[in-house]
Design a protein around this ligand. Sequence first.
Ligand code: SF4
Length: 321
Amino acid sequence: MGNVREVRIARRTGFCYGVREAIDKAKAAAAAGKRTHTLGQVVHNEGVIAALQAQGIETVDSLAEVREGAAVVIRAHGVRPDVLRLAEERGLDVIDGTCTWVTQEQHEITRLVEDGYVIVLLGTPRHPEVVGLLGFAPDAIVVDEEEGWERIPRRKKMALLSQSTQPPWKFEKLAAFMVGRCHELKIVNTVCPVTIHRQQDTVEAAREVDLMLVVGGRSSANTKELTRLCGIVGTRAVQIESEEDLTDASVFGDAAVVGVTGGTSTPIEDLRSVAERVLRLAGTPAAAARAAEMANAALAAAATPAGRTTSLPGPQVAVAR
Ligand code: SF4
């Protein structure tokens, strides 16, 4: 037993609309009786992938694994245009789950290449969204951490864009850096609003609690950024991958109110599981006794059913326990 009497889940967490739509499209195809695949994991979360598999939706790494006529869902990150062409040539039933925001990025980058700009893209070099964008701008210079910015050449006419989930502050800093690199600089702010809202809501939650739990993949850049932002507002933050990482109540110290937030690949239902685990592990006797009920209330306060992992009828992809 501990001191935690309340757990709050940050607003606007869970999957972004792009990921949710891709999941919904895959589920709808499978429900319509199509043999359905997703090209790459639709989201990097093993629980969700297993739940989709149970509904007959298979993850494949390449189009060669998909039989002619079967459905293949393009995930929210999008793909290179030649991948789409190949899928069509092979007679696959292509279901394009590319997020509308990413589609817009692809259009922007294509237009800038046509207009003769040297493209600089802020992003993680091997991230699928970046790989897809490079299909539209093969000569784009991809940069990530500040130490690598010096290799950006000096050119007359340059354009700057960003992978959708990059931190806005980094994009702004790179934009300022690039002003000194060229004569004409075109900046297209392609940082997704979901990223911005999530950071705002996490900071808002962090200001009102004693400790934050940030749930997401250890290597996820957007998750690490949430942890960093909590620290900036002076709230201790602990990053975990799932409720299973919570085994030691001492991590909560004398925290009475704990906040929970998550990266874009973390289903909101997982945040609910974390909330319940916190209350059972480190809650006051009264809170521990009502852990499930309080976790459900925290989830309900954070997201309407439409904001959950899937908006289609039937069981949630990640089942709230
Ligand atoms: S983070 Fe934004 S751009 Fe990326 S898939 Fe989600 S909604 Fe789309």
